[in-house]
Design a protein around this ligand. Structure first.
Ligand code: ADP
Ligand code: MG
Length: 256
């Protein structure tokens, strides 16, 4: 699969990402540790893809990074700040999260969905929020769909609105949790193209994905997780062409 830009690059802009560093993170549900001593560094402007079997802790890790579930031990640094000491609201403005299910407001247009986030979170005026929302929708190639409600958009377009909403906060890092898993197969490519475009434009991204083609092509670093731990991390070539552990070899034999 090739990744083509959904919009002319000249319309795009470049992002200034921040470094994200996770060190010795431990996370639990009740008494059960499901993230065990995980360390991952994502350099500014690079993309790290996390792969691994279902239940290995990928979603929990992302939830820890933006504190939807508080880590039990370890540290998360965003640029020079201790992410675990920031106010969660502030942290979530700096770290965008895009889920499998996009949770748009069904009775609002695409433009309003993005603008409402700007008004609520950034306390912008109505006019300003609509102006910026349109710019962000343009960035994801959806300017001409700005007045459509979610039900009149394809799943892929809805996910692009959700990405525009996250971009509107001007995040320093974007987290994606299986952003294309709920989409019909023919809609996956458009969203992956957009994510590849964001990566090219310098967004710092931590992407949980089952799309091995995307990980191979777009990631600077691939991390393989199993049972709450990082089993292997390396370049796409190292992970896909020269896996060291039996667990990764087995996983790849099942998904490729
Ligand atoms: P992945 O995203 O890799 O599929 P998850 O992070 O969702 O993995 O889950 C990691 C482990 O934590 C699994 O064993 C899962 O059953 C468990 N888990 C996930 N969410 C909860 C929860 N809310 N309460 C208790 N256990 C959970
Ligand atoms: Mg998950």
């Amino acid at each position: 699969m090739t990744y083509t830009s959904p919009l002319p690059v000249t319309e795009g802009r470049f992002y200034e990402g921040s470094r994200l560093q996770i060190d010795n993170l431990v996370m639990a549900y009740g008494d059960v540790d499901v993230i065990r001593d995980v360390s991952i560094a994502v350099e500014p402007g690079t993309t790290t893809c996390i792969i691994g079997p279902s239940g290995s802790g990928k979603s929990t890790l992302l939830r820890g990074v933006n504190r939807l579930h508080e880590p039990k031990a370890g540290s998360v640094a965003l640029a020079d700040d201790d992410a675990l000491a920031l106010k969660p609201d502030l942290l979530r403005r700096r770290v965008g999260l895009v889920f499998q299910h996009f949770n748009l407001f069904p009775d609002h247009t695409a433009l309003e969905n993005v603008a409402l986030a700007l008004r609520n979170v950034k306390k912008m005026s109505k006019g300003e929020s609509r102006r910026i929302a349109l710019a962000r929708l343009t960035e994801v190639g959806l300017a001409e769909r700005a007045d459509h409600r979610p039900r009149d958009l394809s799943g892929g377009q809805q996910q692009r609105v959700a990405i525009a909403r996250a971009l509107a906060m001007e995040p320093e890092v974007m987290l994606f949790d299986e952003a294309t898993s709920a989409l019909d197969p023919e809609l996956v490519k458009g969203v992956l193209n957009l994510m590849a475009e964001l990566a090219q434009r310098g967004m710092t991204m931590l992407v949980v994905t089952h799309e091995m083609g995307f990980a191979r092509k777009v990631a600077d670093q691939v991390v393989f997780m199993d049972e709450g731990r990082v089993v292997e991390a390396g370049t796409p070539d190292e992970i896909f062409d020269a896996p060291k552990s039996d667990r990764l070899r087995l996983f790849l034999s099942e998904v490729l």
